[in-house]
Unconditional design. Structure first.
Length: 396
């Protein structure tokens, strides 16, 4: 629903004014309480998303959210609605949301992005401590209030069920549309602002946990640093494939310091158990990256790595020959085209296409890679070029 479109909506106890923003779940209006004239924001959920169970859950989570005591969390004052209507009244804030800021100004300065997202993670950690999982963290749901980031819109986002109902797609089950020979699929359109930050378990329809919000924190950090949504794709099937199968996007691919690659990679791990254990741990790792020091998480991982190295050294005398043979075999392994089609170019980021390859084609890798984004390959006819590592992999 475009912000400029004003539907005739009545919310008991409030006088609605101009729309402040709109998203996949509803429209937010500037409003005043009729009782005392106090300024608030009222979010009216799109009617097609509302049913009795949804209203009950909204009320239940609003009560939980009221228990969150943190200056970075938007307060919810009241929740209501009947039949096909659901709404909630909350603090009205002074500044724009981060998505609007990205649209107007582009990527943020790295230090500012890191500082804002560390504060957001602290607020999310407080929500988790109160038993609230946001489910829909993204730049549009983080609002600046006198330069302080405020987390809004928790408990409002519909999960996979609403995505299925609005797209007509089966996102659980076999998801045959994802594996079909069709090179295209349903366009993302207005849904991109939500689905781009959804964790793999949300796509599968599995229960959400605090780790689901950690995934979205990583995706939101990536967006603030680069000005791009994570796993940016043209269609929903392409996005689903990227979320399920491809490595998390790296900020360094867009010229951002590689210090933030590990933060995004761990936060957006496919398996929830491989992510930061808490939002607070994400904040700590982010502050460490901004300060140029290793995080406690990285130090613990390094200890494990040294133990692995020690074990490997002990086994070298027994398995040295096998390791060498395996190394030669790995270097000969060919890559498989995992996308419906992909291009091979004459140089990384070049617009000159050497050849077009198709799903199942085999390519021979040539070292070295250009970072983690492009790989130098040899075609079966002997020509060489560069292809995106997103599309050609050892295993699909």
């Amino acid at each position: 629903m475009p912000v400029s479109v004003r539907a005739v909506i009545e919310v008991p106890g409030y006088r609605l004014a101009e729309p402040l923003g709109a998203g996949a779940t509803g429209v937010v209006y500037a409003a005043n309480r009729l009782g005392d004239g106090g300024a608030v924001a009222v979010k009216v959920v799109h009617p097609e998303l509302v049913d009795p169970q949804y209203r009950d859950r909204l009320r239940r989570e609003a009560r939980l959210a009221a228990a969150v005591v943190h200056p970075g969390v938007v307060r919810v004052h009241q929740v209501g609605g009947e039949r096909d209507q659901a709404w909630l009244a909350m603090d009205r804030l002074s500044g724009p949301d981060l998505q609007r800021l990205l649209n107007d100004e582009g990527p943020m300065e790295v230090g500012r992005a890191a500082g804002l997202m560390a504060e957001v993670a602290d607020a999310v950690d407080a929500m988790h401590a109160a038993g609230v999982i946001h489910r829909d963290l993204k730049p549009a749901n983080i609002i600046l209030d006198h330069d302080r980031p405020m987390v809004a819109d928790f408990g409002v986002a519909r999960q996979l069920a609403s995505l299925e109902s609005t797209t007509g797609l089966d996102l659980t089950g076999e998801a045959a549309w994802l594996h079909s020979g069709s090179p295209s699929g349903p366009a993302l359109g207005a849904m991109a602002g939500t689905v781009a930050y959804m964790a793999p378990e949300q796509w599968r329809g599995d229960p959400v946990t605090p780790a689901t919000d950690v995934y979205a924190l990583g995706g939101t950090l990536f967006s603030l640093l680069t000005g791009h949504r994570p796993n940016e794709r043209r269609t929903l099937p392409e996005l689903a494939y990227a979320v399920a199968m491809l490595p998390p996007p790296m900020p360094s691919s867009y010229g951002v310091s590689s210090a933030y690659d590990e933060v995004v990679r761990k936060a957006m791990a496919k398996d929830a158990a491989d992510r930061y254990p808490t939002a607070a741990a994400f904040a700590e790792a982010l502050r460490a990256a901004a300060a140029g020091r290793p995080s406690a998480q990285r130090n613990r991982r390094r200890v494990g790595r040294w133990v692995t190295v020690a074990v490997a050294v002990v086994g070298v005398g027994v398995a040295g020959t096998a390791l060498v043979a395996r190394g030669h075999q790995a270097s000969d392994d060919r890559l498989t085209v995992c996308a419906q089609d992909a291009t091979v170019r004459d140089a990384p980021r070049s617009r000159t296409v050497v050849a077009t390859v198709y799903r199942g084609d085999r390519l021979t890798p040539i070292a070295p890679r250009d970072g983690d984004t492009w790989v130098h390959v040899r075609l079966p006819d002997g020509r060489t070029g560069w292809s995106l590592t997103d599309y050609v992999r050892h295993q699909c």
